[in-house]
Design a binder for this molecule. Structure first.
Ligand code: UDX
Ligand code: ADP
Length: 460
């Protein structure tokens, strides 16, 4: 197989953008073109002002500055980019289906299928097609079928190369991955992709497997991680009931090297585009094979997560004397975790929805999420009209303004800056008792309590 000179990535989102930037940075002799149908997104990737990149990730701006225009390009010309590529990454979104069979569980593969059909229609030379999006097991099979049956007689080799980057640390994760996983049948094609990563990843960290093991490993990795969060969150409720402290419990069990200390942080609930979707996928696949006990087992991770979000908002309502009607609740944070502007499946959305059902007024401050995005997230729920969402929810650029004249503050994201605020000043401008609900256990409870605030944390 000839060496790879041109890579195209379809989808310039949270996965495609950072991943291709690092591949281009580490392989200066390969041209990498990232394409997207969304012209605004591509314009933002090309903006000379690097603070306008559509994805906020620490360190991403430097990588883009180094490679863009040299061997990294962002474009809306999908067809041309497909035609010139030796290798095509598919990094389009695969949301959970919102209609029909598998609604609420199965992944919606329409964007993937559209991509495959477009590749088949345009390609005039052999291509390696790499699935990068999170996909249910055996999607490669579907891709293969579309490409082989509708193409112009050229050869396609399908590889699975799941993404393990976590948002907020994407650049670090890409530059020093625990492992890179490549699944495929054609050895030459697998080797071609191994070579690209070998430019900076030690060979022993590049694992090759069959296609299905690779696809399934991605779902399983995320299911295990999410399961840890749900497990510690389940214990947080028990801690609250018994007087144990979940932070102490997590620290104590994390010292056991068989358990390990990571992913044991109790929270208002996990969010993000992957955990819930991947577990739902796993559950759906298990059910498809009539493995109902397996499906029920994993489904419990989601049930626990939903319970945790609900418990958090219920506690706010209960503490505020059983009513939040007409009261002002300040939200610190809207993103699903710190150091990202991504809000997909963020716990904040569901906590807000619950409080709005109780007719609270909410003022949101998040250092990186725009007002448009916050309203889009609420409108997407379809719980109330867009006008109603805008009447009840205000978005501000200043944390002190968000907390001013509030009855309670809810911390929904663990942004570092929240820890360093002038909490005395915040206290003075709140209604009393001044309640704080720390959904991330990041605030110094003792200090805040001394200042007069009444602080509730998770699992204490
Ligand atoms: C995850 C996987 O980690 C990554 O490997 C995969 O490629 C994509 O999905 P991501 O969703 O970006 O990454 O972030 P992650 O750090 O895994 O956090 C997911 C959610 O769990 C966040 O809402 C986070 O706040 C929450 N979380 C994480 C906790 O509540 N407690 C923890 O201890 C860890
Ligand atoms: P992820 O987190 O998986 O990267 P995103 O939603 O951030 O998901 O990004 C996926 C991107 O894929 C979006 O910008 C979307 O416009 C783009 N996309 C979806 N389908 C196509 C397609 N057929 N051709 C080009 N781009 C596409």
């Amino acid at each position: 197989m000839k060496s790879i000179k041109n890579i195209t990535c379809i989808g310039a989102g949270y996965v495609g953008g950072p991943t291709m930037s690092v591949i281009a940075q580490k392989n200066p002799e390969i041209n990498v073109t990232v394409v997207d149908l969304n012209t605004e997104r591509i314009a933002a990737w090309n903006d000379s002002d690097l603070s306008k990149l559509p994805v906020y990730e620490p360190g991403l701006d430097e990588v883009v500055a180094e490679a863009r225009g040299r061997n990294l390009f962002f474009s809306t010309d999908v067809e041309q980019a497909i035609d010139q590529a030796d290798m095509i990454f598919i990094s389009v979104n695969t949301p959970t289906k919102t209609y029909g069979k598998g609604k609420g569980q199965a992944a919606d593969l329409k964007f993937i299928e559209l991509c495959a059909r477009q590749i088949a229609a345009v390609a005039t030379s052999d291509k390696i097609v790499v699935e990068k999006s999170t996909l249910p097991v055996r999607t490669a099979e579907a891709l293969k079928s579309i490409l082989h049956n509708t193409g112009n007689g050229v050869n396609f080799h399908i590889l699975s190369n799941p993404e393990f980057l976590a948002e907020g640390t994407a650049i670090q994760d890409l530059q020093n991955p625990d492992r890179v996983l490549i699944g495929g049948e054609n050895e030459e094609a697998v080797q071609a992709l191994v070579n690209i990563y070998a430019a900076w990843v030690p060979q022993e960290n590049i694992i090759t497997t069959n296609l299905w093991s690779s696809e399934l490993s991605k779902l399983v990795a995320n299911a295990f991680l999410a399961q840890r969060v749900s497990s510690i969150n389940a214990i947080s409720e028990l801690c609250e009931a018994t007087g144990a402290d979940v932070n102490e419990v997590a620290f104590a069990i994390g010292k056991d090297s068989r358990i390990g200390s990571k992913f044991l942080k109790a929270s208002v609930g996990f969010g993000g585009s992957c955990f819930q979707k991947d577990i739902l996928n796993l559950v759906y696949i298990a059910r498809t094979y009539n493995l109902h006990k397996v499906a029920d087992y994993w489904e419990q991770v989601i049930i626990m997560n939903d319970h945790q979000k609900e418990r958090f908002s219920d506690n706010i309502i209960k503490t505020l004397y059983n009513t939040v009607n007409g009261k002002n609740i300040a939200f610190l944070g809207w993103a699903f975790k710190k150091d990202t502007n991504d809000t997909r499946e963020s716990a904040a959305i569901y906590v807000a929805d619950h409080l709005l059902d109780e007719e609270a007024f909410i003022t949101v401050y998040d250092p990186k999420v725009s007002a448009e995005q916050i309203y889009r997230d609420l409108d997407y729920l379809g719980t109330r009209s867009p006008e109603e969402n805008r009447r009840l929810v205000k978005v501000v650029n200043n944390p002190y303004e968000a907390c001013n004249k509030s009855h309670a503050i809810a911390v929904l994201t663990e942004w570092d800056e929240f820890k360093t605020y002038d909490w005395q000043r915040i206290y003075q401008n709140m209604y009393k008792p001044a309640f704080v609900f720390d959904g991330r256990n990041i605030l110094n409870k003792k200090e805040l309590t001394e200042k007069g605030l009444v602080v509730y944390s998770i699992g204490e």
